[in-house]
Design a protein around this ligand. Structure first.
Ligand SMILES: [Cu+2]
Length: 151
């Protein structure tokens, strides 16, 4: 009976140590990134590519580094830019910066998530699971609805 308080103290210390090892070397673990209004366009007839849009708000400055989806062979974060008077899109290889507390919208005509190698045609009303990975915060899984995004 006398050793019980000692054991309890050891258990508490062990728990504290485990809690710290989970925060990937940072003194504070970042809070979850809020995701709103996730939507993917239906796949165009005969094509296996589509764009998805959503709004991200990170409590602490972070970076959206990658996206994956079980419905697509590949998902990338794209930006739109003018090149030789043509609107081109290309992958944001360093990821998309998310300033602390600021809503960052991925929207038609701008940054978007590109799904490539979509396995089944996506039609209005379907849902698309997307997993978003961040530099600091824990990954977030969302279900995007398939439809036409607001312009
Ligand atoms: Cu794209």
């Amino acid at each position: 009976m006398k050793s019980l308080p000692v054991l309890a103290t050891l258990a508490a210390l062990t728990l504290a140590a485990c809690g710290q090892s989970g925060s990937s070397g940072k003194s504070e673990a970042a809070g979850p990134v809020a995701v709103a209004d996730a939507i993917c366009r239906p796949t165009p007839k005969g094509r296996q590519v589509t764009g998805c849009y959503l709004t991200l708000t990170a409590p602490d400055a972070d970076t959206l580094v990658s996206v994956s989806s079980p419905v697509a062979a590949l998902a990338q974060v794209h930006e739109m830019r003018m090149e030789s008077n043509m609107m081109m899109m290309r992958e944001l290889e360093a990821g998309l910066p998310l300033p602390a507390g600021q809503a960052v919208a991925l929207a038609p005509g701008g940054n978007h998530i590109m799904l490539m190698g979509v396995t089944e045609p996506l039609k209005t009303g379907d849902t698309v699971p997307l997993t978003l990975a961040f530099a600091n915060a824990a990954p977030v899984e969302v279900r995007a609805t398939v439809g036409q995004p607001a312009a």
